[in-house]
Design a binder for this molecule. Structure first.
Ligand code: AKG
Length: 288
């Protein structure tokens, strides 16, 4: 399963049963993704949504996206708001370090995992979707030697085909890291269309429709993308990106993502008291 030997780690006490974890890990390695239904409550998602909507910086990003989109640009990258302060007790970190995700990820990778960065996808009604790409295409260049990484997308709003939910090519993680090409018009990198057409004949395309509070975990080499959101409804999601202890980056990069450090697993629910707890969006780790 793993592409490298794991270091020795102290076992954690788990809340999920061994049978659930084992079954979910098998599904993940077979298909390259795993849906976790009802990972979070509707109330927790309302709190996360309010935290996003009350945040001045995310709001400014939203108006920038609107201006660009209205001027005819199709810049999917603008819709992603990323930060590196992931080990604290802010509302977002508490969700991405929740045991529902962490325990599954540690079972999947047979190692300690840590949140490598968090991001919010600001998918408002008018915004563009992403070309098919792999997240490891980017992380490879950030000193991560092994593709033992994953992303968990938490549905703050329901994700539907109409609002441009994530879609994956099931099993594509088994193809390894694939070259990407840059599309100037969309300002977005993705797999070349001719290769993609062939891949689609081998891998099923799965639209990941999620209810509020569901999450999907996908492997860093799983090809994923999204359609434009033409629904008139927002599709906000919180994405935790995870790395493994044995894959500690060998260098710092301008993205400033953290090196391996032990992170606590959160077992409590997010509450209204967390609404004003925000991460430091300006944290960039510049040296090992
Ligand atoms: O949510 C989306 O539309 C795509 C996000 C994505 O692919 C990413 O952040 O890597």
């Amino acid at each position: 399963m793993l592409s490298t030997a794991t270091g020795s780690t102290t076992a954690r006490t788990r809340l999920l049963s061994d049978a659930t974890l084992a079954e979910d890990a098998v599904f993940f390695w077979r298909h390259g993704y795993l849906i976790v239904k009802n990972a979070f409550s509707g109330e927790e998602m309302e709190i996360a949504k309010a935290a996003i909507q009350n945040n001045g910086r995310m709001h400014r990003r939203l108006s920038d996206i609107r201006t660009k989109t209205e001027s005819g640009k199709h810049n999917a990258f603008e819709t992603i708001f990323v930060w590196n302060d992931v080990a604290g007790d802010d509302v977002f970190a508490k969700l991405t370090r929740n045991y529902q995700l962490f325990e599954r990820l540690e079972e999947i990778f047979s190692d300690r995992v840590y949140v490598y960065h968090n991001k919010v996808t600001l998918k408002y009604p008018f915004v563009p979707g992403f070309r098919y790409h792999q997240d490891y295409y980017y992380w490879y260049g950030m000193g991560c030697l092994y593709p033992d990484m994953a992303t968990a997308s938490i549905a703050i709003d329901a994700a539907t085909r109409e609002n441009g939910c994530l879609r994956v090519l099931a099993g594509s993680h088994k193809m390894g890291r694939i070259e990407h090409e840059f599309d100037r018009e969309r300002e977005d990198s993705g797999v070349a269309e001719d290769r993609l057409a062939i891949i689609k004949t081998r891998c099923d395309e799965v639209w990941l429709e999620l209810g509020v509070g569901d999450a999907v975990i996908f492997h860093c080499n799983t090809l994923h993308g999204s359609d434009d959101n033409t629904s008139g409804q927002s599709r906000l999601a919180l994405l935790g990106c995870y790395n493994t202890k044995h894959n500690d980056p060998y260098m710092a990069t301008p993205s400033g993502h953290p090196f391996f450090h032990e992170q606590s697993i959160v077992t409590s629910k997010v509450s209204r008291a967390d609404l004003n707890k925000m991460p430091n969006f300006d944290l960039y780790i510049t040296a090992k």
